[in-house]
Design a protein. Structure first.
Length: 134
């Protein structure tokens, strides 16, 4: 009887990953496998004004920005290229911020995050990403 309970427990534990939800992420050039976990959401500033990549590059470090455009490719583990009509910028998107969604280069997205300037490096640390419906 105890052997049956142990076998049932092992079977249940080993099959759990099969039923896990798809965690989402980027699906385009240089895309890796999907992120390991889902995010839980967070703060979204509904009053933030959408700006452009060109204007964001002129802002001070730690300024909050809202951009609308496309993620065109994956550069490294959590770094991507974001493009809008004014240019491109590298963005850092932690796995938790994908919130279970999958994005392609054809999807228009809106990102919110903060400007990160260090020496000659400039990027946006994304805190929220959502698909923009046409």
């Amino acid at each position: 009887m105890k052997k049956l309970a142990i076998i049932a427990a092992i079977a249940a534990l080993s099959s759990a990953p099969v039923f896990a939800a798809h965690p989402g992420g980027f699906n385009g050039p240089n895309a890796a496998h999907a992120p390991a976990h889902q995010g839980q959401g967070g703060f979204a500033d509904k009053n933030a004004v959408v700006t452009t990549v060109a204007k964001a590059k002129e802002m001070k470090d730690d300024s909050w920005v809202k951009l609308r455009g496309n993620i065109t490719e994956r550069v490294s583990d959590d770094r991507y290229v974001f493009r809008d009509a004014s240019g491109t910028v590298n963005v850092e998107i932690d796995d938790k911020h994908w919130n279970g969604q999958t994005y392609t280069p054809q999807d228009q997205v809106e990102i919110q995050g903060k400007v990160d300037k260090e020496w000659n490096d400039f990027e946006i640390e994304v805190k929220q990403i959502v698909k923009v419906t046409p």
